[in-house]
Design a protein around this ligand. Structure first.
Ligand code: SR1
Ligand code: MG
Length: 390
């Protein structure tokens, strides 16, 4: 991958995106290309560029200097594009089969050119259609186990790890998570969004000091616990999948954070999908348990084969770290479930339930279970998620 710096930032158009990929030599100057802006996320422009004759295609992603979902009144650092491209490269060094290949990055333009994955489906969309992606948890558990161990102080020299912490300093995007995941849903803030019928449930949450204390403690860990490089936004919309392949995308929220954060967000989004279904929930619960099992086994194997920490010979240290990681993940899952139900950025799994009554019931249950997870971080094992819905 090459990285360059052009002179001045400007948003790409479909025409200038085509010019760029030709200038980079990714296509010949004479090729007839079609470009389409397909970005449906909250923050960026995404161009799909294809030669319709040969079917060769590529993705050009560009960060906008503000949050697209809100507008120019919410400025955001363009450096997130460089963080995303560095994180994809870093993840690719450990689990190349689980991330897209990055071909090019330009810091000033905040542009990353990468492999087109449109033969796959965004896993949230597929899960909503009833897909179950049999390899999803095997792949994500392995991805998380590798990244968590290999970017931690157990694999890196502490001096090198501290440089990585600086390289991945991501204040603007962390601030979004600090507000939208940990703070705003627990207070009466304008950006929260929920149906009128949920107001009594939401007010009960706002008045629950014990739940809020747990959210505050998890937020504080998120702010201070630089344990490992995390993806930072690992919901099912950040994962492409098919029955064979899984690819993690969009790590623009990456920074050094707690071991359990990505796990908790992923588990929460699997759970929200299960909650949205009337039948065939079992594959989702099996994925929750398997994600943890694969994470734990991967992390444990690397701990035994690659650990550079002299204290690591004491197995109790590993046990404590794994126990705490799962308990934190349960708490982070609780925060994610609550914020996706009543905060600024909802999930289609719940919002697109066609019956109004079923939607409100599902959201009410989500709030109840989110609160339960926050209050019972020590008591909920991976295979208990299934029983929470009974
Ligand atoms: C303003 S950004 C809202 C949400 O979209 C991203 O994907 C993150 O989940 C963020 O919290
Ligand atoms: Mg995203």
């Amino acid at each position: 991958m090459s990285t360059t710096k052009t002179e001045k930032y400007q948003p790409l158009t479909e025409i200038s995106a085509i010019k760029l990929v030709k200038k980079l030599g990714l296509f010949d100057a004479t090729e007839a290309l079609t470009a389409r802006e397909i970005g449906d996320g909250n923050l960026n422009l995404v161009f799909h560029i294809i030669n319709d004759q040969t079917n060769k295609s590529i993705i050009v992603k560009q960060a906008l200097p503000y949050a697209k979902v809100v507008g120019e009144s919410w400025p955001l650092s363009l450096n997130r594009a460089t963080i995303e491209s560095n994180a994809l490269k870093q993840f690719g060094a450990f689990t190349p089969e689980l991330v897209p290949t990055v071909y090019y990055h330009d810091e000033t333009l905040a542009v990353t050119v990468m492999e087109d994955l449109s033969h796959l489906t965004i896993s949230r969309a597929g899960l909503i259609q009833g897909e179950s992606y049999p390899l999803l948890s095997q792949h994500i558990g392995s991805f998380l186990g590798h990244i968590a161990f290999k970017t931690s102080d157990f694999a890196l020299k502490p001096q090198d790890k501290k440089e990585e912490v600086v390289k991945y300093s991501n204040p603007d995007l962390c601030n979004i998570t600090e507000d939208l995941v940990f703070t705003d849903p627990f207070f009466d803030i304008d950006t929260n969004e929920f149906e009128k019928a949920l107001r009594p449930d939401v007010e009960e949450l706002w008045n629950d000091g014990d739940v809020k204390l747990q959210a505050a403690k998890l937020k504080y860990k998120f702010l201070t616990n630089a344990q490992t490089l995390i993806h930072g936004d690992l919901h099912t919309g950040s994962i492409f999948a098919s029955s064979q392949e899984t690819k993690v995308i969009d790590p623009e929220f990456a920074f050094y954070g707690p071991f359990g954060f990505d796990l908790g967000q992923f588990v929460a989004n699997l759970f929200l999908n299960a909650l949205s279904r009337e039948t065939n929930r079992e594959p989702l619960f099996a994925h929750i348990t398997n994600t943890w099992n694969v994470f734990k086994d991967t992390f444990t194997a690397l701990w035994h084969s690659e650990n550079t920490e002299p204290f690591a010979k004491d197995e109790r240290l590993l046990h404590e770290i794994l126990t705490q990681t799962w308990q934190d993940a349960v708490g982070y899952a609780g925060c994610e479930i609550i914020r996706r139900t009543i905060g600024l950025a909802h999930v289609a799994d719940l919002d697109e339930i066609s019956s109004e009554e079923r939607k409100i019931n599902a959201k009410r249950t989500a709030l109840k279970i989110g609160r339960y997870l926050l209050l019972h971080q020590q008591d909920v094992s991976p295979n208990e998620f299934e029983h929470l819905l009974r």
